[in-house]
Structure formats: C-alpha cells, structure tokens
Ligand binder design. Structure first.
Ligand SMILES: Cc1ncc(COP(=O)(O)O)c(C=O)c1O
Length: 415
C-alpha cells in the first residue's frame, strides 16, 4: 500500500500531502456530566466531604482502581503532594524522580522540604531507568516516583525490587496513564500510592482534579487530612497536628469526574487500538523508535512519543518534522524544553523567593547545575510527539503511516 506514495514528491516540495483526513474536535462531555451536574445543583452544599458527587466518584474510581484509602483532590500535583506528605519524611530526605516529567511530580517534594533526585530514563520507554535509579541511591533516599510517561508503564518489577531491597516507598505518578496496565494490572496499584490527574489534557478530565489512593492502611489512615488543612473530618476536629494545604476537590469537579470515569474504557480503548496500528505501521522504519509495549503490558497512548534516531536520517529533526507536518501529520518536534533539572528554578535553586532554605540549612548539598542525565537529554533532542486521542480517525492513522514512509524514503540514511 505504501510503495507508490512513499516514493512520490514530498508535500514540502510541492507534492500531494499523504494525510487528507482531519482529526475532528473531541466531544468529551455530554448527558452523563449534565445529569450529574443537574443533581448537584439541588444540593445544599458543594463541599466534598461525604457529599453525593464525591462519594459517587470514589465508588466509581474504586470499582476500577481497587485502592482502599483514597483522597479526591484538586489536581494531579495535589495528589502527588498529598502522597509525599503522608510519608512524613525528614527534611532533606531524597525522592528519586525521572528527569523527564511534569513539574507536578516534583512540586510537592520541594514544598515538603525534600530533595528531588533526578535519574535518567531508558532509551526506549523514556521512563525511569532502574540501573540509574540504583546508582542514585544514597543514605538519604526514602522514595522513588515512577512516572508512566505518555501512558507507557514503567518497569515496575525492577523498580519494586529496588524499593524492597533499599526499604524505599514508591509513589506512582499515573497522571498520563489512565488505563495503562503493568502485567495486566492497572498502573498505580503496585506502589504505596497511585496518583492520577483529571486535568484538561488527560484521557479523562473535569477541567482540573486529582485522586490519590493507597492500599497501605498505615499510610492511608487519615489520608484526607494531608489535603484538607489537616482538619480531621471524621471526628470534626479542627485542631491540626501539623501543616497541610487545602487541596480539596469540589462537588462540580466530582460530578464531571464521576461521569468521565463511567466511560473509562471508552476513552482508552480507541487510543490503544489505533496506537497499536501506528506501531505496526511504523515498525519497518529503522529511524523511528516508539515507546515499547512489552508482553503483558498495555500502553494507554496519552500521546505518541517517537524518537527519530539521528544516525538513521540524513536530515535534521526540524527538517523531518517540517516535512511530516506538510504531509498533514499533527505533531511537533520535542517534548519539554529540557530535563526538569535544567529549568531556571532548578539551575538557580530558586524555590522560595530566590532561595532554597533546605540547602542553606545544610540539609542537602544538591547542585542541580551539576546534574546530567544523558539519555534524557538525547531523547529531548531527537523526539517528536504526535497528537492522539479517542476521536483520531483510523484513516488518519493509515495516512500518517504512509506519510512517515514517504518522509523516510526521502530523508532516511542510506544503509
Ligand atoms: C506526569 C505528570 N505528573 C503530574 C502532573 C500534574 O497534574 P495536574 O496538572 O493535574 O496537576 C501532570 C500533568 O500534566 C503530569 O503529566
């Protein structure tokens, strides 16, 4: 199917674009959301505690993600902060995180006066590399935060083994990985905590929202306090034992998040089906590396992360991506501007009005200017991301596969 078009003139040089099917607008909210919101406006209060929408959200979430202790909250960042805070770690303790992730993974760590230690990623999965995690463990390491990037499950067997060996907690950042499975089990159920995001960009969304859950009774007991000013809603006591932010979800968010969860599989399955089709269609192009989908695992394709292996091309990433865009492919070069340790806040250690009191107090010697994760830097220099969601038409995927073949035929390095 690809042969005749693959050798035709590139659209960037005036040829006919390979992709003519457009990705339609998504219809993400409908009757279920409206129904829940209509019920909600009849309520006397929109506070989350034991309120109908939030209770329904919790029940639906637990049906899918069997986590005994959960706190629905205002964002994925809040969920991660609550999990980190609930560990009650000594200031200066270290939490290992991947160098490629969202700021939301590290914000709570810094606010709890802890130290994010960046570890490198694997070349193929772009997730935490267990080999580098081992190398970064010190006497102060207390936790690891695997981030299932773009919906690709981390190597949880290795990471959990390391955690067990070194007595470390594991907080799974599942913000990008609704519906992803590690060895058949949904992500977030292996570590001490699973943390999820309902922000506007995610598979499921209520605008902004989050969920943190655990099956560990010790960590889960009183979990809600860590996101609710440390007030004890169970006893009604307002006598906080310690400091906690207000990360409460609200009833309107819960109503929409509940309706979204009701259709959990509807959001995931089309992405997976088409993601696998794309994977198959690109498999014979040596210049392209997709995140793997290992046997037993299920990638949930929040977006498509592709590496354009420089040695296999005789054009720059900018030229390749420009050619693909001219063919009609919806995507862009790069992902983050740099690994997280390269952001100005980290380079300047500017976490609290230009200062990092933790370091000034001698509780860490971390210098983010000296951190280097070579694979993360290489990924960000050669990757591209493709727009992906449940409404992407199958014809668009077929045409995208043709576009990649066409561009590789023009720009691929001679063997
Ligand atoms: C990997 C990862 N972790 C955490 C977050 C934070 O989630 P939220 O935006 O809901 O705070 C995000 C959001 O983009 C994310 O992608």
């Amino acid at each position: 199917m690809t042969a005749p078009i693959a050798t035709s003139t590139l659209a960037v040089n005036g040829g006919t674009p390979a992709v003519t099917t457009r990705i339609p607008r998504r219809h993400r909210w409908g009757a279920n959301e409206l129904g829940a919101l209509e019920q909600m406006v009849k309520q006397e209060t929109l506070l989350y505690w034991q309120a109908p929408q939030t209770e329904a959200l919790l029940a639906e979430f637990r049906e899918i993600y069997p986590l005994a202790h959960c706190m629905p909250c205002s964002s994925g960042s809040a969920a991660l902060h609550i999990a980190v805070a609930a560990l009650k770690l000594e200031p200066g303790s270290e939490v290992i995180v991947p160098a490629i992730t969202d700021m939301g993974s590290v914000i709570g760590i810094l606010y709890q006066q802890l130290v994010p230690v960046f570890a490198d990623v694997q070349a193929d999965s772009v997730n935490l590399d267990p080999v580098d995690v081992r190398a970064r463990i010190t006497a102060k390491t207390r936790a690891i935060m695997p981030v299932h990037l773009a919906g690709c499950p981390c190597d949880m067997a290795e990471l959990m083994a390391i955690a067990q060996e070194h007595d470390l907690h594991v907080i799974e950042d599942c913000a990008q990985a609704w519906g992803a499975r590690w060895q058949g089990e949904l992500v977030g159920l292996q570590g001490d905590f699973g943390c999820y995001s309902f922000n506007d960009y995610k598979h499921l969304s209520c605008g902004d929202g989050g969920m943190v859950g655990t099956n560990n009774d010790r960590l889960g007991d009183g979990l809600s306090k860590w996101g609710d000013k440390h007030y004890d809603r169970v006893s009604g006591g307002r006598n906080p034992l310690t400091l906690s932010p207000n990360y409460r979800i609200t009833e309107p968010q819960s109503a929409v998040a509940w309706a979204q969860l009701k259709r959990h599989d509807d959001w995931i399955e089309p992405r997976v089906k088409l993601g696998r089709k794309l994977r198959q269609g690109l498999a014979d192009i040596p210049g392209i590396m997709m995140q793997p989908e290992k046997p037993g695992n299920s990638h949930s394709y929040w977006f498509i992360m592709l590496r354009l292996i420089p040695s296999c091309w005789r054009a720059s990433r900018a030229e390749i991506v420009a050619a693909l865009k001219a063919e009609g492919v919806a995507g862009d070069a790069g992902y983050l501007p740099s690994p997280v340790y390269g952001y100005p806040a980290f380079r300047n250690h500017d976490f609290f009005a230009g200062r990092w009191p933790l370091r000034e107090a001698g509780l860490t010697t971390m210098d983010y200017g000296e951190v280097c994760c070579p694979e993360a830097e290489a990924v960000l220099a050669d990757c591209m991301t493709l727009v992906w969601h449940e409404a992407v038409p199958e014809a668009y995927v077929d045409e995208t596969i043709v576009a990649f073949h066409k561009v590789f035929a023009a720009f691929g390095a001679d063997k």
